[in-house]
Design a binder for this molecule. Structure first.
Ligand code: GDP
Length: 369
């Protein structure tokens, strides 16, 4: 599944948020194998009411939601790229995730020390960005040194090396200006050529503004949140506001008291569902379903994927042997009630290899083995 790394300076609420996400996931998905794999890795289901609707219509034995893996990555401090704190170990953990959730402290609390003395989201974000930029710059320069030797033998690998060199020069310039690698416009071919470096500043970032419980009802009125909002939009990144503390407290309450507590704060639902859904959608992810007697399952794909690529998410054999995909839109499946009924009503389409899968498609793949 998709991996999202939770990062941030010390004492901003990373662990509180991580634990809340995992505890809540366990409670919501008692019959699914979602759990904490390692102390700092938890898998949670992406809440989706469509899953149960389909599962009931198909009388499936089980319903399997899409999932996201959250990783709590502690240890980022100023100087990490130079080996301070856990330094490089921390950065190598970030290399392995698909996206970064950066928790930014927007709550005031004199009892909880802020590493730089005061709550200042702009400076926190800059500190972290700088570490990621410096680490990437180091990687890029090492790689450029290697490429100078020009080991490519055939013309195809020479072309790839050239593309990589061109891309790296552009990326190096951006990094030296303090800008992330993802801000550099690259061709698909150049993108592919630098992918193997897993640059940290290539990954999509979502800022998570952690607010006090008094701000949950109207986070926009907190000036720190406004700062993060402006920065997120400048950096073309997503923004979510949440109170990690509130989420942690909700998990401790018996279910019947949770609604009361949320009401007293002026909101009607926990922020975690929103966090999970937003992480999913801000990353340009889409869901399609397979549905039968054995199971109904939500599958995660990147927006723009074709039917064979989507089939490949289930199994690479499905992609290789792809023939066609019986496809029906979610609402049409629901109105018809089954694949067979959808076919009778002319709502089932037979799609070929160029079909771009749409959000909510219910699909049945035909393939050669
Ligand atoms: P980490 O170092 O970023 O993982 O931070 P922690 O999750 O360990 O939180 C540091 C401290 O801040 C803990 O004592 C938390 O209880 C507290 N904390 C986290 N979120 C909030 C919040 O929204 N409001 C307040 N007042 N305290 C919080």
């Amino acid at each position: 599944s998709l991996r999202a790394g939770i990062v941030g300076l010390p004492n901003v609420g990373k662990s509180t948020l991580f634990n809340a996400v995992v505890e809540n996931g366990k409670a919501q998905a008692a019959n699914f194998p979602f759990c904490t794999i390692e102390p700092n890795v938890g898998i949670v289901a992406v809440p989706d009411p469509r899953l149960n609707v389909l599962s009931e219509l198909s009388k499936s034995q089980r319903a399997v939601p899409a999932s996201i893996e959250f990783v709590d990555i502690a240890g980022l401090v100023k100087g990490a790229s130079q080996g301070e704190g856990l330094g490089n170990k921390f950065l190598s953990h970030i290399r392995e995730v698909d996206s970064i959730l950066q928790v930014v402290r927007c709550f005031e609390d004199n009892d909880i020390v802020h590493v730089s003395g005061k709550v200042d989201p702009k400076s926190d974000i800059e500190v972290i960005n700088l570490e990621l930029v410096l680490s990437d710059l180091d990687q890029v320069e090492k790689r450029m040194e290697k490429l100078k030797k020009g080991r490519a033998k055939d013309s195809q690998s020479k072309m790839k090396e050239e593309a990589e060199k061109t891309a790296l020069e552009k990326i190096q310039q951006a990094l030296m200006d303090g800008k992330p690698a993802r801000s550099v416009p690259l061709t698909d071919f150049q993108n592919d050529a630098v992918k193997h470096l897993c640059l940290l500043t290539m990954k999509p970032v979502i800022y998570v503004a952690n607010v006090a419980e008094s701000d949950v009802a109207d986070p926009g009125s907190n000036p720190h949140v406004k700062d993060v909002m402006n920065l997120a939009s400048d950096l073309q990144s997503g923004l979510i506001t949440i109170s990690a503390q509130v989420e942690a407290e909700l998990n401790e309450l018996p279910p019947e008291e949770r609604i009361e507590y949320l009401k007293s704060l002026g909101v009607d639902e926990s922020g975690l569902g929103n966090l999970i859904r937003a992480t999913y959608s801000l990353l340009g992810l889409r869901t399609y379903f397979t549905s039968g007697e054995k199971e109904t399952k939500a599958w995660t794909i990147q927006s723009g994927m074709t039917a064979p690529q989507a089939a490949g998410v289930i199994h690479s054999d499905f992609e290789r042997g792809f023939i066609r995909a019986e496809t029906v839109a979610y609402k049409d499946f629901v109105s018809a009630g089954s694949f067979a009924a959808a076919r009778e009503k002319g709502l089932l389409r037979s799609e070929g290899k160029d079909y771009v899968v749409q959000e909510g498609d219910v699909m049945l793949f035909r393939f050669n083995v």
